[in-house]
Design a protein around this ligand. Sequence first.
Ligand code: UT7
Length: 328
Amino acid sequence: MGIRIKGTGRCIPERILTNADLEKMVDTSDEWITSRTGIKERHLAAPGETTSDMAAAAAKQALELAGMTADMLDLIIVSTVTPDMMFPNTATIVQKKIGAKPCVCFDIEAACSGLLYGLNTAYGMMASPLKYQRALIIGAEKLSAITDWSDRSTCVLFGDAAAAVILENDNDPSTPDFYADGFVCADGNLGDVLLMPAGGSVLPASHETVENHQHFIKMGGPKTFQLAVHSMVDACRILLEREAVPREKIRWVIPHQANWRIISAVASRLGMEEKVYQNVERYGNTSSASIGICLDELNRSGQLQSGDCVLAVSFGAGLTWSALLIRW
Ligand code: UT7
């Protein structure tokens, strides 16, 4: 069919918040944050900088690399848990900001698994009789807007950023698709380990919800940790076994960048430590942007060659998890 990754891009906000900065805000230490998470610093959006601003900046970079203009897109998907507003969806706001023509635009809310959910969905739409030709898939998060800066158990973890991927169908049956195989799953029974309780229709914003800090991320850290390792390993094994891919064929494993300890536990259980790409120390957990940032860093630094096999895997609120075997 010939559905290929044609471009990648990222937007990392300028402002850096270091562990030393956090030591002045809550009762924590660089030693604790580094040893428990591997994170050294994270980037935060400027006050007026929105999720869609970062998404549009990442999209423009990806379009440039793909040698395309925005009016060539016929599908735009944005994954985010921090949309600009409840509606309209952030994809339509990005569409306007990048100057795309009228086309299909929607958001995916699958938390940290969102970019992989988006790539799986876009591929399905492009490969189906719907025949979408050029898709923009973005993971974008302004997590600083929903971070409780007085809660040391969560505020040290997250950062803001966006990343984008452009897919194009060249309609050449001899070109192998980027999509070798994918696995997507969720289990709502485990949803209350990681959530933002208020702001939806169950608890609309009120003085009480604001006073109770219910518009912020709430997470059972250790439980999330365990589930993350288990589900990411499982998802990778399913794809590796289903496609009969020997470990040595994989060039890169790109796990969601939540915590260095989670990444290394997943890598060691898969026996693929030396193939793991990680940058969590520089950005913290940027949710749905994290895998896209890794892909873009690898792509722009020439560390991905045509034909390379990349295994991306993620885990997030929902609970959701997903893996994608990519032919570069
Ligand atoms: O993107 C997907 C979603 N998120 C994740 O994948 C995150 C998954 N979870 C984690 O990464 C880890 O559970 C954390 C990094 C959040 C926490 O690490 P942990 O080793 O599981 O620590 P803990 O929650 O069991 O806390 C250990 C201790 C506690 O003190 P006591 O009760 O033992 O006295 C906490 O109060 O560390 C304390 N603590 C801190 N101390 C200094 C918690 N946060 C901090 C902090 N600084 N920032």
